[in-house]
Design a protein around this ligand. Structure first.
Ligand code: RAM
Length: 522
């Protein structure tokens, strides 16, 4: 039984909002050679070897392999034509395609496999052909920059030769990124902008995907970041609306918003529930209405935004402090040692404030009246119990009184302290070697946002250059799911090859360059 009587209608709206896909043929830019180099990201780099024409001159036999570089990260379908060199095929041809977002994926063996997610996320595909010539399109969509082709088996009496290879790339972003680049920003940020826009473009499919390699679905926590960047760049409001309705229409039987949703083969949901991310839905809804002017959607989906606060309340103890009672998944960052109490206190205060703002905008103040008192009490409690004089007046979290970036950032963004106080806090934080640092662009995004809110322009610029710029220096043409400058192999999934190297929650430099344009323009 659906919890909300409108769920079926909501799914109908999600269906109507399916965006058109735009296609573009992308050809390989060069034939490259991989070089093992401990100074390169994850130990590998590519040397441009030969111009693209040489791909079509090579005659290949059993055991041969090629690595093609498409020049930048793309998402789409591989098409190729293979010809026979020889009289006839004495035996079938077996050929393997390995797609890599980063060099290591085409240089390191996938097997024997270790990892906590499916081996099938690693992008390799083997086909067997009985006759040649043939023109083929691989049916699966791939996300890649590098393509390794291995001739696994063929009989001695023939060779093969490619006469064409291209990727039919797809996106629902209708504007070419070259047209969107913010020409007014300083030259040092131009490339960051292009990579941010490309990341978002490649994640914009018939829905917004968190990563086109993995997970190829919309996660509720990622969606506000890509939506905000989209409003200021591609301006595809319909694809965001589709996501908002999809989450609402697929609500669990107790009214909880699912943590992620799938579009195919039919609309369906994952069975997870992430408390803080569900609470932030209200903020996404308000962002959307403000950006698009579509307040009707905000009114329509108000009941589900409000309902999420029931689950939040269970986690607030009598002292108005967030207490993890262990019922649901709490995600703040991919850092296992991170204590989530203080960041969650901030996320909830922030969400309640956004709920109040939304309520005010759509005349639902009476229904959100409870939020006002809660915001005040949780704010006072945070200042009294989490701001620690014995820790140089930084916020601490949990029984071990941990100092982390996530805690300070969410205390600032939730307004528990003023921007002036936040500025002092940050100056102290950056000097603390013992503070738990973020692992993902997800939390680095909020760190930059908090710095800009506190007027710390230089610090924000430095962080963007160091973190997102660090990925570009390591070879990124799209931004990654996870990046730790001190550990290139860091992975939440016990295998860095499973990481997504085009991940939508990392596209936000392009948002900063427009939202806070005066900081970045010449
Ligand atoms: C991973 C992905 C996704 C994120 C969740 C919490 O699967 O990185 O983007 O939202 O975790």
């Amino acid at each position: 039984m659906p919890y909300f009587q409108d769920q079926v209608r909501w799914l109908e709206i999600a269906k109507e909002c399916e965006p058109q896909l735009y296609h573009n043929n992308i050809r390989p830019q060069s034939l490259v050679r991989s070089i093992g180099d401990p100074r390169s990201f994850q130990g590998w780099r590519m040397l441009p070897k030969l111009p693209p024409a040489s791909i079509y001159q090579r005659r290949l036999k059993r055991g041969d392999q090629l690595i093609l570089d498409f020049g930048e990260h793309i998402v789409g379908y591989l098409h190729f034509t293979l010809n026979l060199i020889g009289e006839a095929m004495g035996g079938p041809l077996r050929i393997k395609f390995i797609f890599g977002e980063v060099p290591a994926e085409v240089c390191e063996p996938f097997d024997p496999f270790i990892g906590t997610l499916s081996r099938a996320w690693l992008q390799d595909e083997t086909i067997t052909l009985d006759t040649l010539p043939q023109s083929i399109c691989l049916s699966r969509r791939f996300a890649f920059r590098y393509l390794k082709i291995e001739i696994m088996a063929a009989s001695f009496d023939y060779q093969i030769q490619f006469s064409s290879i291209h990727c039919d790339s797809v996106t629902s972003a209708s504007i070419p990124i070259e047209k969107l680049c913010n020409k007014r920003i300083k030259p040092e940020f131009q490339n960051l902008d292009i990579v941010g826009l490309r990341t978002l473009r490649n994640c914009m499919q018939t829905g917004l995907e968190d990563g086109p390699k993995r997970d190829r679905r919309l996660w509720i926590g990622d969606s506000p970041l890509l939506a905000r960047t989209n409003y200021l760049t591609f301006k595809n409001y319909t694809v965001v609306k589709r996501g908002l309705y999809l989450f609402a229409g697929l609500a669990h039987e107790n009214g909880q918003l699912p943590a992620c949703v799938y579009e195919r083969p039919v609309f369906s949901k994952g069975n997870e529930f992430i408390l803080g991310h569900a609470a932030l839905y209200t903020s996404s809804l308000l962002d959307y209405a403000e950006a698009s002017g579509d307040w009707e959607t905000a009114r329509d989906l108000w009941p589900i935004a409000l309902k999420q606060m029931d689950f939040v309340m269970e986690y607030i103890n009598n002292d108005y402090i967030f207490q993890d009672i262990g019922k649901w998944w709490i995600f703040v960052d991919w850092r296992p040692e991170l204590d989530i109490q203080t960041p969650m206190q901030g996320i909830i205060i922030f969400s309640l404030k956004r709920l109040s703002e939304l309520a005010q905008a759509i005349d639902k103040e009476a229904e959100a009246a409870f939020a006002r008192e809660l915001i005040n009490k949780m704010t006072i409690a945070a200042r009294e119990r989490m701001l620690s004089p014995s820790h140089n007046n930084l916020f601490v979290s949990g029984s071990k009184r941990q100092i982390s970036w996530a805690s300070q950032v969410w205390m600032i963004l939730s307004g528990v302290i003023s921007p002036q106080e936040g500025a002092i806090l940050f100056q102290k934080l950056i000097k603390r070697k013992d503070a738990v640092k973020p692992a993902t662009p997800f939390i680095y995004h909020y760190a930059v946002e908090a710095m800009l809110t506190c007027g710390l322009k230089e610090l924000a610029i430095e962080l963007i250059n160091l973190y997102w710029g660090g990925m570009i220096n390591a070879g990124a043409s799209t931004f990654w799911e996870i990046y730790d400058p001190t550990d290139p192999f860091l992975s939440p999934y016990a295998n860095y090859l499973l990481n997504s190297y085009c991940h939508a929650w990392s596209c936000t430099p392009s948002y900063f360059f427009r939202k806070w344009n005066s900081v970045f323009e010449v």
